[in-house]
Ligand binder design. Sequence first.
Ligand code: GLY
Ligand code: MN
Length: 460
Amino acid sequence: MFQPQIYLQRRAQLRKIMGNGLVLLPGNVDAAFNYPANQYHFRQDSTFLYYFGLDHAGLAGVIDADSGEDWIFGNDVDMDDIIWMGVLPTVKEMALEVGVTHTVPYKNLEDAINKALAQGREIHLLPPYRGETMLELERLLKIPAAGLKGKSSVKLIKAVVSQRSIKDQYEITEIQKAMDTAGLMHTKAMKMAMPGVWEQEIAGTIEGIAMAHGGPVSFPVILSMNGQTLHNHDHSQYLQEGRMMVVDAGCETSMHYASDLTRTVPVGLRFNSRQKEVYEAVLNANMKAIEVIKPGLFYRDIHKMAAAVLVDGLKGIGLMKGNTQDAVEAGAYALFLPHGLGHMMGLDVHDMENLGQVYVGYDDEIQPSTQFGISFLRLGRRLQPGFVITDEPGCYFIPALIDQWKAEGLHTDFINYTAVEKYKDFGGIRIEDDILVTETGNLVLGKGVAKTVKDIEALR
Ligand code: GLY
Ligand code: MN
């Protein structure tokens, strides 16, 4: 946990932005895995963590923008809890660690809400994303669960996004720790990527590294020779010489700050010439973003710059043709890169995605594009110092997509389908780094994990 002042300042700032009303932040509860007493490892809600820091199930926080008071609603452990889980601090003791002096039993929350509603006060909610939270809010507010999203407070969403988007030095230190662990995970995976090795063995090994350093993984490990499937969680194959292995994996620190790294390596010791050519086209796109990321630029423009570098690379291989900028504006590159360049990262690997991408990655100045490919860009708005973002271009050969575009005659001015046909067995490549936007430019987080062809080959 951070020092209490951090949480006090965050809540005071939120109160200032909100001006009035009651902010209700339900923490998460334990969720059943396959029967009620066998539960998923507990994961606290990230916004609750941001303002209240307490990593325990069954709490709710209230920030009163009128009175200036903060409240934690929660129950002390009873004897059954002590027998099974040991002694825990009281809610009062825990709350003091995050600068909250008002604590009450959880059952009082309903009365507090009824009182506020009777007084005609506004209760600000964030959109809930877990079934248990929806049912609880339905009970407390008498709003049907299906209607809760529509009742969430845009003012609160925007306020939370404005605060959580800018990472302070303590948060960056946490993210650096998560990057260091991710570095160990990826270096181990690269060394294991030899012909005959079962993908599952590598996936399990690197997940174990995350757990051993505070863990868990920040999202289910993506690891496959079939990297053309963007989020491939199937690890059932045995690695084959001549293929490439994509590993997209990160971890959380014990305070739940995330990392999100991707590396792609050839199975075996060396890149073949075809792999090297495509790999370097993606690497150049990744490096272009690092070269230009700085405050004030729209991340959508940086996505397009990286896409242009990829197009140039693919033109060099004979897979694309024509004018590069026209190919980017037309969205022709999305056959190979059907996702965005990156997203925010912090307490969530896709930071704050539950609050609505249109508020997190876009604003009054820029709205999401509807063009295929760039429509999946989760962050388009102007960069600010303190943002932590990902830079993750890729190049994928997705047979079903190639067949569809070819049949529809899409972008024949820019795509050399005859050449692309020969790459349908290639798989995919993605290279991802996590980047802090600084006052003057950017800083690639972490100690550095092999990324150039030379460094990857040297490692093995
Ligand atoms: N690391 C997975 C993703 O960014 O979607
Ligand atoms: Mn990512």
